[in-house]
Ligand binder design. Structure first.
Ligand code: GLA
Length: 381
């Protein structure tokens, strides 16, 4: 049954976050990460094939650049304490050269604890040494995952522990994106940028299902919005698009929500085997443009009623991204009233998934939105 949803909430303008002098990640990082699809079944050959597919599929042209190896590449240490790769990754420098040769960048993973979450070697007491090793290999991105650090540090030292690696990365002189992963503990959004973080996970791990994705995306990103901006982003975790646990409609909602959140766009699927629906979702340039907008504002919810949520994201050129989401199990009719969005007079409306202009509308715009679906619009003044 259809329900008419009238929105009449206030317009909470978040204060713009201070723009730090970071020249890395000035827009949310875009790339791929091995964990969601491959977990510990990732190796040199697969990473090379993924890099090839990043280029041949058009993902690179769409803006995806980082190829990030997650947990399970680590070997032990040599007599001098230098971190080694395990047999799945015979030569990390050669792999970095290969990835760089494609015009892409290579990311890696570690933990401030003695062991990573999957029980491989961590960077505990080898922080500067590991940062130097990664820089020498040609690494461009580090995901630094708390894991067993909880066994050797009290939570109160978390900030200092992350700063230690942030400083070590800076000291290498190589630009390395620093991704904090400690699941949102200690309100990381309040201090992540100050320890050199370019992004920080805000929650526990995403799973490839509607409940997990929608809870993280819709409900858990409200307190942190004002801390996002060029160089430093909230990270609601990697994308599950194309992994099979959600419908095409739900994956489109996933992409739209991450675009509105100015979230890092790290594809988590097998880029070598993408169906058309997955390609169209991951490579919709107009949706990516919302995510990558240079103003760097994190979008936010302005109303919620009967499972329908309306979100906005102000854009650099004065346009407004407007998302009409339906979290419920049945169709809803949503009406966006210009006055309540701070807009006046006729507005030009473009549908970013239909990739079509819808015309100009005075006062408001109404649209039916199917269950778990989204209508993502760009409204031009
Ligand atoms: C944690 C992280 C995941 C992934 C795994 C690897 O669970 O949150 O994103 O990196 O560790 O072990």
């Amino acid at each position: 049954m259809k329900r008419l949803v009238l929105f009449a909430l206030s317009f909470p303008l978040l204060s713009a976050s201070p723009c730090l002098a970071a020249d890395l990640a000035l827009t949310p990082p875009m790339g791929w990460n091995s964990w969601n699809k491959f977990a510990d079944k990732i190796d040199d050959k697969t990473v090379r094939e993924i890099a090839d597919a990043m280029v041949s599929s058009g993902m690179k042209d769409a803006g995806y650049v980082y190829i990030n190896i997650d947990d399970s590449w680590e070997g032990g240490r040599d007599a001098q304490g230098n971190i080694q790769t395990n047999s799945k990754f015979p030569d990390m420098k050669a792999l970095a050269d290969y990835v760089h040769g494609k015009g892409l960048k290579l990311g890696i993973y570690s933990s401030p604890g003695p062991k990573t979450c999957a029980d491989y070697e961590g960077s505990y007491q080898h922080e500067e040494q590991d940062a130097k090793t990664w820089a020498a290999w040609g690494i461009d991105y580090l995901k630094y995952d708390w894991c067993s650090a909880s066994k050797v540090y009290p939570a109160s030292e978390m900030k200092a522990v992350y700063k230690k690696m942030g400083d070590a990365l800076k000291a290498t002189g190589r630009p390395i994106v620093f991704s904090l992963c400690q699941y949102g503990q200690q309100n990381v959004w309040e201090w992540g940028a100050s320890v050199g973080g370019n992004l920080w996970r805000t929650t526990g791990d995403i799973e490839d299902n509607w409940k997990s994705m929608s809870t993280i995306g819709f409900d858990k990103q409200t307190a942190n919005g004002k801390y996002a901006g060029p160089g430093h982003w909230n990270d609601p975790d990697m994308l599950e698009i194309g992994n099979g646990g959600m419908s095409t409609v739900e994956y489109r909602t996933h992409m739209s929500l991450w675009a509105m959140l100015a979230a890092p766009l790290l594809a988590g699927n097998d880029l070598r085997n993408m169906d058309d629906a997955t390609r169209q979702i991951l490579m919709n340039k107009e949706v990516i443009a919302i995510n990558q907008d240079k103003l760097g504002r994190q979008g936010y919810k302005i109303s919620k009623e009967a499972g329908a949520e309306m979100w906005i994201k102000p854009l650099e050129n004065g346009d407004l991204a407007l998302a009409l989401f339906n979290r419920s199990e049945s169709m809803v009719s949503v009406r966006a009233v210009w006055e309540l969005l701070g807009l006046q007079g006729k507005q030009k409306v473009r549908d970013l998934w239909a990739r079509a202009g819808l015309g100009s509308f005075r006062d408001s715009y109404s649209r039916d939105v199917a269950a778990h679906s989204v209508v993502l619009l760009r409204v031009a003044r």
